[in-house]
Design a protein around this ligand. Structure first.
Ligand code: UDP
Length: 403
């Protein structure tokens, strides 16, 4: 299976990850998160687990379950970590712990290395049996609301190590920290090559006109993704350049706010026939792939962003991406080279027009973007990094790494 990445992923990554897999082969590696579908974490785990298994590692992926109250609380925690002032009461934290206690009784937590993703399953560390336990934070914690951040620390600091996506999210703390950005799988249904027929069939089925340039944003309907800001930018562009806006999203089971935000977006779009709001069912990977390929320019106008897989996905398809200069987006977009970073609605509109008016620039940027993703953001690099973190945690204090 890993051989399929020959000629696509950098050779060094493949070599190192195969060496690490030889050392860690047969050992158990557990990942736990809170949704099987929707959002970047599930996207990565779906692809990573079979690859790890193919490398001879006994990898498992478990998903915790919770009630409505639990997911409302964890979304508040998520929003607070990204800077919103939220009230999370002691009773809510107690419920958070209680749901995790119930999950701990139902999930086999016995593994040599365990990666717990995001705050929802954070308290599981209290039920650690053995092995290396790492908390993996996918959230933009550049400027968190302190009360909630500190309260979560009671769990986060019990882990052996923490992984952040971006160095600016890291803090001085008494446990080990790793910086490991997320990644995309070039061979997944979401990212594989598509034929022109497949792309035009999707456009027809989804009712997207092919006669004008398409501006696309793919995102959960979440205020931090700034869908209303995208519509405002599009309206500024539309005064001068005829174009079509597509906002594609789908629900995530651990995000209870999606429906409300979708309604706000629909109301704001006010029946403009050139704004296409698509609520796609989960696992619409091929449709997302086709949309990214039919777009002229892709936006990710986030106000906060842990990483933004959608940025790497579009860049891999040779598209210029205009992204908010927040969180993990500047890791991917080198301003003016692999895309444009923006700080405002006006800035986004300006860059969209610049690209629409100079398609040669859009092409060159897209080409560089693809190569930048190949070197830095393919799944083989991330597996290399996860296995390295595990290996390092088991061999702390040694100054030589032996394969
Ligand atoms: N996604 C999808 N369908 C949608 C919206 C998003 O499949 O309608 C995928 C998207 O392609 C990406 C992931 O969900 O792979 C979102 O990850 P990202 O890191 O961009 O944001 P998150 O949702 O984790 O905040």
């Amino acid at each position: 299976m890993i051989n399929q990445y020959n000629g696509i992923s950098p050779k060094g990554d493949l070599l190192l990850l195969q060496r690490l897999a030889r050392v860690l082969g047969g050992r158990s590696f557990l990942h736990v998160n809170s949704t099987r579908e929707g959002g970047g974490v599930a996207e990565i785990l779906q692809r990573m687990i079979p690859i790890l298994q193919g490398l001879g590692i006994d990898a498992r992926w478990e998903v915790i379950s919770g009630d409505e109250q639990f997911f409302e609380m964890t979304k508040k925690v998520h929003n607070a970590l990204q800077g919103n002032k939220e009230t999370v009461t002691d009773a809510m934290w107690q419920h958070h712990f209680e749901i995790n206690r119930q999950n701990a009784a139902n999930i086999d937590l016995d593994a040599d290395a365990v990666i717990i993703h995001d705050p929802q399953p954070g308290p599981l560390v209290e039920f650690k049996k053995k092995g290396v336990w790492i908390w993996r934070c996918h959230i933009d914690i550049s400027n968190p609301f302190r009360d909630v951040y500190n309260a979560l620390g009671r769990y986060a600091l019990k882990y052996d190590a923490i992984i952040f996506s971006v160095s600016k999210f890291a803090r001085a703390m008494n446990i080990d920290e790793f910086i490991i950005p997320p990644s995309i799988d070039p061979l997944s249904e979401k990212n594989r090559e598509l034929s022109d027929d497949e792309i035009s069939e999707t456009a027809k089925r989804l009712g997207i006109p092919a006669d004008r340039p398409i501006i696309l944003q793919v995102s959960r309907f979440d205020r931090f993704k700034d869908p209303l800001g995208v519509i405002k930018s599009y309206r500024m562009v539309k005064k001068y350049n005829d174009c079509v806006l597509v906002l594609a999203g789908s629900p995530a089971t651990d995000d209870p706010e999606g429906a409300a935000v979708l309604n706000e977006v629909k109301e704001f779009a006010a029946n403009d026939p050139d704004i296409h709001i698509l609520l796609l069912p989960p696992f619409s990977d091929r449709d997302i792939n086709a949309l990214q390929r039919m777009a002229f320019v892709v936006l990710q106008k986030s106000l906060k962003e842990g990483f933004g897989l959608t940025v790497a996905e579009a860049m891999w398809k040779g598209k210029p991406v205009i992204g908010g200069a927040v969180g993990g987006i500047p890791l991917q977009i080198v301003h003016g080279i692999t895309g444009f970073l923006v700080h405002s609605i006006e800035g986004a509109a300006f860059r969209i027009r610049q690209l629409l008016n100079t398609p040669e620039m859009a092409d060159a940027m897209g080409e560089r973007a693809k190569e930048f993703v190949r070197k830095n953001f393919l799944i083989t690099r991330q597996i290399r990094d996860y296995l390295s973190a595990w290996y390092i945690m088991e061999n702390k204090g040694k100054s030589i790494i032996e394969f």
